[in-house]
Design a protein around this ligand. Structure first.
Ligand code: DGL
Length: 269
């Protein structure tokens, strides 16, 4: 890790497979409005949740390596639970800039639950990770943690950003499936272990009903980035840039949604 002061115009990279990392961008903008930011979506690889560990690790390490070199980054944040729980250590080992990861918010959920039953929804790949087993053992050993893969919610969140109607049926079925697991009726806290899911908070709150609180990492990640860049100079000379790995019409559909997050320059990487 380098100890030199970065160039004031060196950007912070937020990286996800799709639009999930925007939930981190929104928090980052609140606390570091002056920081130059590049938002990168590996839409050519979306969804990560259905890929193997080897595929995800190779994609993420390869892309982040190329982006770090070409974009002169000051810090990269893997704003994706799937990529972080699989590739964070490997990426940290090969890159020389600080890397911030996103891991399921099991610790804060364990502190909040009063019934002792926590639900966790994430991608198929995230919920099977040893990383999640270790968080559970460390912070929620005396709680019940019920994990469920909810890949339909990734597509629903992507649809929201494209301005399309959200599939509330899929969200309702996710809530029902979690409630139907042994002990599920007592869930009072749900970990949103995928950065896409906070984009569906109103629908999730309606589906789970009153008395359920949702926990995710966006604010904590933004604070971590702020603390790692404390004392550094920022010069935000250009409009924020959004990079997609797959070109074409697909990107057009996201233009208005991205503009709401201040991303009005869109390019392919
Ligand atoms: N946003 C990603 C996460 O946090 C996953 C979406 C995908 O399956 O690509 O896990």
């Amino acid at each position: 890790m380098t100890s030199e002061m970065p160039d004031p115009s060196a950007p912070i990279l937020l990286f996800d497979s799709g639009v999930g990392g925007l939930t981190v961008l929104a928090e980052l903008r609140r606390i570091l409005p002056q920081a130059p930011v590049i938002y990168a979506a590996d839409n050519a690889g979306l969804p990560y949740g259905e890929k193997s560990e080897a595929q995800i690790a190779a994609r993420v390490a390869g892309l982040l390596g190329r982006m770090t070199e070409r974009l002169s980054l000051r810090l990269a944040c893997i704003a994706c639970n799937t990529a972080s729980t699989i590739a964070l250590d490997a990426v940290r080992e090969v890159l020389e800039i600080p890397i911030v990861g996103t891991v399921p918010a099991i610790k804060p959920a364990a502190a909040l639950t009063t019934t002792g039953v926590i639900g966790l929804i994430g991608t198929e790949a995230t919920i099977r990770q040893g990383y999640v087993d270790r968080l559970e053992a460390r912070f929620a050993a005396d709680k019940t943690l019920l994990r469920l893969a909810a890949p339909e919610l990734v597509s629903a969140a992507e649809a929201r950003l494209r301005g399309e109607p959200v599939d509330s049926m899929a969200i309702g079925l996710t809530a029902q499936a979690l409630r139907a697991m042994p002990g599920g009726q007592a869930i009072d806290t749900v970990v949103l272990a995928c950065t896409h899911f906070p984009l569906l908070l109103p629908e999730l709150a309606a589906a789970f009903g009153p008395g359920v609180q949702f926990v995710h990492g966006a604010e904590g990640i933004a604070r971590r980035i702020a603390s790692l860049t404390e004392g550094q100079q920022f010069s935000r000379e250009q409009r924020d840039l959004a990079l997609f790995t797959k070109d074409g019409e697909a990107i057009e559909a996201y233009r208005d949604g991205l503009a709401k997050y201040g991303l009005t320059r869109i390019e392919t990487f």
